[in-house]
Design a protein around this ligand. Structure first.
Ligand SMILES: CC(=O)SCCNC(=O)CCNC(=O)[C@H](O)C(C)(C)COP(=O)(O)OP(=O)(O)OC[C@H]1O[C@@H](n2cnc3c(N)ncnc32)[C@H](O)[C@@H]1OP(=O)(O)O
Ligand SMILES: O=C([O-])CC(=O)C(=O)O
Length: 472
């Protein structure tokens, strides 16, 4: 691995050449500052040789050390706790929650650049942080907004593909279809077909990742406007930030609080280390050198499952049904009874529990704080707060659940519905836009570090029995 990790001179040279798509709009936005800031690609390329050396040294000196043992229960139990993935952007502590490159959510809320007059961090800054480990300057973030806006056009055939989807095809299926179809634009796939040196993989992965992220708001908004509104999508405003454009294309750009919510939402839903279904899938599919488009689409298909990202849709539906059942009676007893009726019918309480977390998710906390500031009197927020008071006790009494506390999905829907985005079947698409900000930086890093094809070992039950000395 060691020698294959060195960066080809061609890859280093090409980082300074901006892709043609950045052109006019990009240059017009340079008015934010006259001095040229180092671009994201240059920053990453500068750091790369050091990162490669770091991993090389670590593996050379400690590669033989044992990280832990794997029990038979872990093999049957969804590989919970097995240490076998590398993920640079974030690490999840069961008690404390997520840290992005070592920084907590309150810290990144403080440190990352904001939009003029805004309070929430810009997701552009988070993407920069996840890829490079550095906090970008305001100008670097503005340049990134401009770069993405300049790359945002989607091919006509993808517009038509989305338009031809039946309106009762789930928005996540439409989203995944459109992202898969972006394969047509993949610089990585085209270069690979021609034949490229493996040391150049990251360069094409970077360009594809930037293109995909840039196009997601237009794709996501087209799905929303087709399924739920008049089918018309506003053009991307090239001088505005990413979250503003997403909000505006959805049809909510006139509400500054919703735009701020999108900035927070896209930032906090991005990354949750490498083992969750969407991150792991994107990484796994990418390890076969499938393009970033195909890898992300695979991850989105995983995010669309109800135990993962679709839980945000399930939470709002569950809360709405609860409201229909208990009406205005938000007493402890009414909520307790409803929770037990869900559990006794063999269903999960959506938005509660987690495979790793053992405390309230800090992403839940940051959304709750937003709600306390912006919508303290909203009836659905009051219901969410009351469930937060009661559910952990009920789930503890139920015994089964290892974590009785709420996760990110327990709070996101209530914020969206407050601003009029009530179509819960759409919610996971927004999660998917954000998740691209977490999984694509790692895909670039994977290719830059020469990560191999992923292939863990499996056994049949008979073979495991033999391995542990059991008679079946
Ligand atoms: C962005 C995200 O993906 S965050 C997670 C979103 N998903 C949800 O909110 C759905 C509800 N929660 C769950 O289903 C689970 O807590 C998961 C999928 C998140 C984690 O699953 P696990 O790591 O297997 O949880 P855990 O070890 O606590 O599960 C033990 C048992 O408790 C049950 N359990 C866990 N959470 C809940 C819950 N919220 N309601 C009822 N039962 C639960 C499990 O189904 C399992 O039951 P089983 O033994 O009959 O199979
Ligand atoms: O970490 C997990 O398993 C699920 C989760 O919260 C996420 O992916 O955001």
């Amino acid at each position: 691995m060691a020698s294959s990790l060195r960066l080809a001179p061609s890859a280093l040279r090409s980082v300074t050449a901006r892709p043609a798509v950045q052109s006019a709009a990009y240059n017009s936005l340079r008015c934010y500052s006259t001095a040229k800031a180092k671009s994201l690609k240059e920053t990453f390329a500068d750091k790369l040789p050091g990162e490669i050396e770091k991993v090389k040294k670590l593996r050379k000196e400690h590669g033989h050390k044992v990280l832990g043992e794997v029990t038979l229960d872990q093999a049957y139990g969804g590989a919970r706790g097995v240490k076998c993935l590398v993920w640079e952007g974030s690490v999840l502590d069961p008690q404390e929650g997520i840290r992005f490159r070592g920084k907590t959510i309150p810290e990144i809320q403080k440190l990352l650049p904001k939009a003029p007059g805004g309070e929430e961090p810009l997701p552009e800054g988070l993407f920069w942080l996840l890829l490079t480990g550095e906090i970008p300057t305001e100008q670097q973030v503005r340049d990134l907004s401009a770069d993405w806006a300049a790359r945002s056009d989607i091919p006509k055939f993808i517009e038509e593909l989305i338009d031809r989807c039946p309106s009762d095809l789930h928005p996540m299926a439409q989203f995944s279809l459109a992202v898969t179809a972006l394969e047509h634009e993949s610089a990585f796939a085209k270069a690979y077909a021609k034949g490229i040196n493996k040391k150049d993989y990251w360069n094409y992965t970077f360009e594809d990742s930037m293109d995909v992220i840039a196009k997601l708001p237009t794709i996501a908004a087209r799905i929303y406007r087709n399924v739920f509104k008049d089918g018309k999508v506003a053009p991307v405003q090239k001088d505005k930030d990413y979250a503003f454009n997403l909000a505006n294309q959805l049809g909510y750009g006139g509400n500054g609080d919703f735009v701020e919510l999108m900035r927070l939402y896209l930032t906090i839903h991005s990354d949750h280390e490498g083992g969750n279904v969407s991150a792991h899938t994107t990484h796994l599919v990418g390890s076969a050198l499938s393009s970033p488009m195909l890898s992300l689409a695979a991850g989105l298909n995983g995010l669309a499952g109800p135990l993962h990202g679709l839980a945000n849709q399930e939470v709002l539906r569950w809360l709405t049904k609860m409201k229909q059942t208990i009406g205005n009676d938000l007493s402890d007893k009414a909520i307790t009874d409803y929770l037990w009726s869900t559990l006794k019918s063999g269903q999960v309480v959506p938005g509660y529990g987690h495979a790793v977390l053992r405390k309230t998710d800090p992403r839940y906390v940051s959304q709750r704080e937003f709600a306390l500031r912006k919508l303290p009197d909203d009836p659905m927020f009051k219901l969410v707060s009351q469930v937060y008071k009661i559910a952990p006790g009920v789930l503890t009494e139920h015994v089964k659940t290892k974590n009785p506390w709420p996760n990110v999905d327990a709070h996101s829907g209530v914020l969206l519905q407050y601003y009029g985005l009530t179509e819960s079947s759409y919610y996971t698409v927004l999660f998917g836009v954000s998740r691209a900000f977490g999984v694509l930086p790692q895909l670039i890093i994977d290719r830059a570090l020469g990560a191999p094809i992923e292939r863990p070992k499996s056994f049949s039950t008979e073979a495991y029995a033999k391995l542990v000395g059991a008679q079946l």
